[in-house]
Design a protein around this ligand. Structure first.
Ligand code: 5AD
Ligand code: SF4
Length: 437
């Protein structure tokens, strides 16, 4: 979602007369779009700001002014504190008010140190300029579109409900207009984004609320769009309609990122996830019945307060039971203001590190198993860009695997049938069979 937001801020800057700079040294405007999800991500912001403030001084000595903006969830969470820690910052703007960036920049030119971390009543999306065609082309044939933002789930470890705010869905017509515009400029795949995307309930043109499955059907009917994805989903919002869409909508990619966080019911309860492992396995069973070749992925947190060796063992067991195509694992990171940060039983760093290593090994084994399962198969690959070597092109399989092959650049943007001939550590090697459509 930060990539999407950065692109939209790029569109705003373009409207205000800026062009994209290749090197940071040449930039008159620098926006750091930040993440607050774990401590490491947010600490990185301050070290980066240190370097950028030196660059700003250097440019000032050459008579060039640099506007320095901190956007995103660190901006939202830290607000004015950012200005206190780093005086070189001109604007601090949260994820719900970045549509005001041009105005904030004008204010900051007169009086540096402007902070806007409101959750405004006005709809940010309706105030954003449409992306220029050349910018869409530069960004490639697979695009992100935010359809839902914020979260009302309040998992005990997570800052998102505080930084992104309450759950809100964009009206379906606004989303579909954006997708049509992207498709008109050459986009072939859209990834519908939301912190809790399967809780989507946008209004249609008749003022009725529609769910994610209906939105997916409409998106996949957009001329030019040949593949639709969505991320990230919560198990409790995995509706029967959405599961059916995996069976009935050919353009819906057979891939589901469905974070479970832990394999222990005790941990899930303490995390306020409000579902059990049995519920999760039931969903996985129904999704696989609807779409047997679906690739599943998940997020896992190790070292959540109170997690014992036995709880952790249950996470490993769950992973073995499900068999994931790819997953992400994180050490629990206490976030200020969240209930879990105050809980007793905080786990030692060394234990977290050990569990993370064990989990990552298992995840990696399963990824390799899944990739080897593609050997000899024919997959539809959407080629996205030239490869590192001359004559190579790179794209993604329906299951999100990176695939490269020898082929003409004219295949970029084409859904192409590819036979998988080798599984390398980070990607699959394929042979182009024929353009599939
Ligand atoms: N510590 C570690 N991981 C976290 N995540 C969210 N909050 C935290 C935290 N405090 C992880 C979850 C979520 C993913 C986006 O980030 O696994 O699914
Ligand atoms: Fe955070 Fe996701 Fe839980 Fe919402 S559902 S609080 S975004 S982990």
């Amino acid at each position: 979602m930060n990539i999407y937001d950065s692109q939209r801020m790029g569109d705003l800057a373009a409207e205000a007369g800026y062009r994209e700079a290749i090197r940071v040294e040449d930039a008159d405007l620098i926006v750091l779009n930040t993440c607050h999800i774990r401590e490491r991500a947010s600490e990185k912001v301050f070290s980066e700001l240190g370097k950028l403030s030196e660059l700003k001084e250097e440019r000032a000595r050459e008579g060039r002014r640099t506007m320095l903006v901190v956007a995103g969830c660190v901006a939202q969470a830290e607000g004015r504190e950012i200005l206190r820690r780093q005086r070189a910052v001109d604007v601090v703007v949260g994820p719900q008010s970045y549509h005001r960036l041009p105005q904030l920049l004008r204010e900051a030119r007169v009086r540096p140190g402007v902070v806007d971390t409101e959750f405004p009543a006005d709809d940010k999306f309706s105030r954003l300029p449409t992306a220029p065609t050349d910018a869409i082309r530069r960004r490639g044939v697979a695009a992100f579109v935010t359809v839902q933002e914020g979260c009302d789930k309040f998992c005990s470890f997570c800052v998102v409900p505080y930084t992104r705010g309450a759950e809100a869905s964009r009206p379906s017509a606004a989303v579909l207009d954006e997708i049509a515009r992207l498709a008109g400029a050459g986009v072939r795949e859209v990834n519908l984004l939301g912190q809790n995307v399967n809780a989507y309930h946008g209004l249609d043109t008749h003022g009725r609320s529609i769910g994610l499955a209906a939105l997916i059907r409409a998106a996949s009917a957009t001329p030019g769009i040949c593949r639709v994805r969505y991320t990230t989903s919560h198990p409790n919002d995995m509706s029967e309609d959405l599961i059916r869409a995996h069976r009935d909508v050919p353009a819906l990619a057979p891939y589901l990122h469905l974070p479970v966080q832990s394999g222990s019911d005790t941990m899930l309860k303490s995390m306020n996830r409000r579902h059990s492992i049995a519920d999760y396995l039931d969903i996985v069973g129904r999704v696989r019945a609807a779409r047997p070749d679906i690739a599943l992925s998940s997020d896992f947190i190790v070292g959540y307060p109170g997690e014992t060796d036995a709880d952790f063992g249950q996470t490993l067991a769950l992973i073995r039971t499900v068999g994931f195509a790819s997953s992400y694992a994180f050490k629990y990171s206490a976030r200020p203001g969240t209930p879990a940060a105050e809980m007793s039983g905080q786990v030692e760093e060394a234990t977290k590190a050990q569990r993370l290593t064990a989990l990552q090994e298992l995840i990696e084994d399963q990824r390799q198993v899944f990739n080897r399962g593609s050997l000899g198969r024919r997959l539809e690959v959407l080629f996205e860009k030239p490869g590192r070597r001359e004559g190579q092109i790179i794209g993604r399989s329906p299951h999100m695997q990176s695939v490269f092959a020898e082929g003409s650049r004219s295949l970029i943007g084409e859904l192409t049938e590819v036979e998988i001939v080798a599984a390398e550590p980070h990607s699959l090697r394929g042979r182009v069979v024929s353009p599939a459509s």
